[in-house]
Design a protein around this ligand. Structure first.
Ligand code: NDP
Ligand code: OXD
Length: 319
């Protein structure tokens, strides 16, 4: 990594949409200034390719060929999920993804909210019109088993919050993990066990070749009857047709989906009309400008001082 010449302003190229440029430019430049780094911000077309030091990236940005940016020291994603860029063959620069306190807190709130909604059967009273006087007392959280697929930054934070509420939480990941109070399982051979106890199943996995269609008909059939699915990782995790069939058969009582194969969900897709599906339009957790700008600035400061980058994506794993 090139050592920093402190007299020279560095050049940031924002590979983002114009509204995101407006949102992020000043917070990132300010955060860098607080770290004694002067920087200039540009959009594609405003700067020579070879002068770019860092690329700030978000899905929807205009650059698809990263090869001409031969002096760029890193591509820094504003998104946690990098499936749309990680396989780009022109991208040889280090790729860092977003790990952000705002993103983490937002996801914890969203997951806990929907887990409690499922656990308490809230829809019964919220959606039923006219309401009839029927009492359904839910079990306590201590008698409810929840499984979280993915025990990374977001999954482990959600698992911890659910443990604090008293739920019996199982977490599943690729490598062995330890999260206090969570029964941690790892690897494909443990997936059936993780699914078998999932009265509430929460998806917080990245999209990789291994996770696409992971929840097919055969695996959905391993869930306890009447389970709830809450997916906020990526929409490719669950086969759409298999999910509809599992809902129709009662294997799955309800699915709350924040992520989809195609976003927005195309009109006419069965999810729109299925009574067991709640569509949440990819709002589970958003990167927050304030905390994310600090993250980007921290990483640039590290690169400039020759310290290893944080949150590097492992290209061999695709996340
Ligand atoms: P991390 O990379 O921190 O964690 C990913 C987790 O998934 C890890 O525990 C990892 O295992 C596990 N995993 C990956 N592949 C496999 C596999 N083949 N088998 C078992 N476990 C696997 O990611 P984050 O927690 O930060 O984010 C997760 C995803 O959430 C993002 O990739 C993104 O798609 C999505 N997201 C959605 C948002 C929304 O608003 N809906 C907002 C932000 C993110 P291991 O621990 O062994 O590495
Ligand atoms: C992300 C997302 O990956 O919002 O950051 O899904």
């Amino acid at each position: 990594m090139r050592a920093r010449n402190s007299d020279k302003a560095i050049n940031l190229l924002f590979n983002v949409t114009p509204p995101l440029f407006e949102d992020y430019r000043d917070p990132i430049l300010d955060a860098l200034r607080r770290r004694s780094i002067d920087a200039r911000a540009s959009l594609l077309g405003d700067i020579a390719h070879q002068d770019v030091d860092y690329i700030i990236h978000a899905t929807g940005g205009p650059i698809t060929d990263f090869a001409p940016f031969s002096n760029a020291r890193a591509v820094l994603s504003l998104w946690a999920g990098v499936e749309k860029i990680v396989g780009n063959a022109t991208l040889t620069q280090p790729l860092c993804r977003m790990v952000d306190d705002g993103l983490r807190q937002g996801m914890v709130e969203w997951v806990v909210g929907h887990a409690l909604r499922a656990h308490l059967g809230m829809d019964r009273y919220v959606c039923q019109k006219p309401l009839t006087w029927e009492q359904h007392v839910p079990p306590l959280a201590t008698d409810r088993s929840v499984t979280i697929l993915g025990l990374g930054e977001l999954g482990s934070a959600a698992a911890t919050a659910l443990v604090q509420l008293g739920f019996r939480v199982t977490g599943w990941s690729r490598r062995a993990r330890e999260v206090a109070g969570v029964r941690c399982l790892a690897g494909m051979e443990k997936l059936p066990q993780a699914l078998a106890s999932a009265e509430i199943l929460i998806g917080l996995l990245p999209q990789t070749p291994e996770t696409i269609d992971l929840l097919n008909a055969e695996r959905l059939a391993l869930l306890p009857k009447g389970s709830f699915i809450i997916n906020a990782g990526r929409g490719t995790l669950i086969e759409d047709d298999a999910l509809i069939a599992a809902l129709d058969s009662g294997r799955v009582a309800q699915a709350t989906l924040d992520v989809f194969r195609t976003e927005p969900v195309p009109s006419g897709h069965p999810f729109w009309s299925h009574p067991g599906v709640t569509i949440s339009p990819h709002v589970a957790a958003a990167t927050r400008v304030g905390t994310a700008a600090e993250n980007i600035a921290d990483n640039i400061a590290r690169a400039e001082s020759g310290t290893p980058l944080m949150n590097l994506v492992d290209r061999t794993l695709s996340y």
